[in-house]
Design a protein around this ligand. Structure first.
Ligand code: 5GP
Length: 179
C-alpha cells in the first residue's frame, strides 16, 4: 500500500494499479485495431498526456499521434460545456480511424463538444478511450468504448490531472481534500 506525505491527498489508485489497467487497455485496443489502417490517436491536452504516453507504448498496432488543446470557459451553469480549441490537430483526420484519448470524463460536456467537432471533419470512425470514468457526475450521455477505471464522485489529482496546475506529475491518483 502506498502512502502520500501530503495530508490533503488520499491515494485511490497506486502506480502499479495504473500500469496494470493501462496495459490491459493497450491489449484490448491492439486487438480491436489489428486489421485497421490509418489509426490516429488524438490526445486532449494537457491532462491526458501522461496516460497517452503510457498507453501508446502498450500498443502493437501502427498509429499517428496528434494533440488537440482545449480550454474550458468556466464552471457556472451558463458557461459549462463551452470549450475553446487552443491548439488544433496537425493531422487531417478525414477518412481516418480516430481514437480520442481523455484522462477523465466527468459531466461529459467536454467530450461531447470534442466529438461533435471531430465528426464534422469526416473521419471514417471515432472511438473514445478514457482512463477515469465518473458516471455519477454525467450531464450528457457520451459514448465510451474503452475505459480504464470507474470511480466514485470525488475530485482527483495525479497522473496528469491537476488542481491549479499542481499534482499532475504524481505517479498515483489521489482524492484531493480541498479545505
Ligand atoms: P467534463 O467536461 O467531463 O466535466 O470534464 C472533463 C475535464 O474536466 C477533464 O478533462 C478534466 O480536465 C476536468 N476534470 C473533471 N473532473 C476532474 C477531477 O476530478 N479532477 C481533475 N483534476 N480534473 C477534473
Amino acid at each position: 500500500m502506498e502512502y502520500s506525505q501530503d495530508n490533503s491527498l488520499e491515494i485511490l489508485l497506486s502506480e502499479e494499479e495504473i500500469i496494470a489497467r493501462v496495459s490491459r487497455l493497450g491489449e484490448e485496443i491492439s486487438r480491436d485495431y489489428a486489421n485497421v489502417d490509418d489509426l490516429v490517436l488524438v490526445s486532449v491536452l494537457r491532462g491526458s498526456v501522461y496516460f497517452v504516453v503510457d498507453l501508446s507504448r502498450c500498443l502493437t498496432v501502427p498509429f499517428t499521434l496528434d494533440f488537440i488543446g482545449i480550454n474550458k470557459y468556466g464552471n457556472t451553469k451558463d458557461s459549462m460545456g463551452i470549450v475553446r480549441i487552443t491548439k488544433d490537430l496537425d493531422v487531417n483526420i478525414s477518412g481516418k480511424n480516430v481514437l480520442l484519448l481523455e484522462d477523465i470524463v466527468d459531466t461529459g460536456l467536454t467530450l461531447n463538444y470534442l466529438l461533435k467537432n471531430l465528426r464534422t471533419r469526416n473521419p471514417l470512425s471515432i472511438r473514445v478511450c478514457i482512463f477515469l470514468d465518473m458516471p455519477g457526475r454525467r450531464i450528457v450521455d457520451v459514448p465510451v468504448d474503452y475505459r480504464g477505471v470507474e470511480m466514485q464522485d470525488v475530485f482527483v489529482v495525479g497522473y496528469g490531472l491537476d488542481y491549479q496546475e499542481r499534482y499532475r506529475n504524481l505517479k498515483y491518483i489521489a482524492a484531493l481534500k480541498k479545505d
